[in-house]
Design a protein around this ligand. Structure first.
Ligand code: SF4
Length: 218
């Protein structure tokens, strides 16, 4: 087994800048008009394609407009409306339970701190980061999803597997100006080039990438 290799500071900067420049339009994919809608979409999007969530959103939000509506939603009816997402029943339960807490403890307003958001059912650190960044313009951390885990490790930005540890590594290495879009830049790179079998021969960072864990590439 080959050793895991980590990028040095200079190469880290170059890799991240190259990827940022390559995907200037990378950004949040879920369509929302209010913080309440964003909150619900973030719960729905876990382990589900963005396209699936965006497709069901118009009908869902024509039935439920606010956190208050979701707090009083019928679980069976809500589950049916979101049945195209994975784990629809438990997500419906989380949406209703979290909305009740927001009504009772935050006056119906989605909280804007990591501490309070991560106390809500169905909201982990990754989701809280997404809500804070895209809903409130507050950049407190880096959302670590499966794309960020895979590509950060391949590149040599982190050796960790645990998302919280990966986030700490990335925070310590990248300037804050690069935190909010990293997830979307890596997603674009993963979809276009750093696939399951990566197309390393055509990759813009192949000269620098450590290719950790890459057994086969094109
Ligand atoms: S495509 Fe290959 S060279 Fe490019 S980031 Fe992925 S593993 Fe590294």
């Amino acid at each position: 087994m080959t050793d895991f290799r980590i990028l040095d500071e200079k190469d880290t900067k170059e890799v991240v800048e190259k990827l940022y420049n390559a995907y200037p339009k990378a950004g949040y994919y879920l369509n929302f008009k209010t913080i309440d809608q964003l909150f619900v979409l973030v719960i729905l999007s876990a382990q589900t394609r963005d396209e699936t969530v965006n497709k069901l959103a118009p009908q869902l939000f024509s039935r439920y407009h606010t956190i208050k509506d979701f707090a009083y939603a019928n679980p069976t009816e809500l589950s049916k409306m979101i049945k195209s997402v994975n784990f629809a029943n438990s997500k419906a339960d989380h949406i209703i339970a979290a909305s009740k807490v927001i009504m009772q403890e935050f006056g119906g307003k989605v909280p804007n701190t990591m501490e309070f958001l991560t106390k809500l059912p169905g909201i982990g650190r990754k989701s809280a980061n997404v809500i804070l960044t895209n809903g409130f313009g507050i950049v407190e951390g880096i959302p670590v999803d499966t794309w960020v885990i895979k590509i950060s490790r391949r590149l040599g930005l982190t050796q960790n597997i645990d998302p919280d540890k990966i986030e700490k590594d990335l925070i310590s290495k990248l300037p804050k100006s690069r935190w909010s879009k990293l997830q979307y830049v890596f997603k674009e790179h993963g979809k276009s080039t750093c696939k399951v079998v990566p197309i390393c021969s055509k990759c813009i960072v192949n000269r620098l990438c450590k290719r950790n864990g890459v057994v086969k590439s094109i």
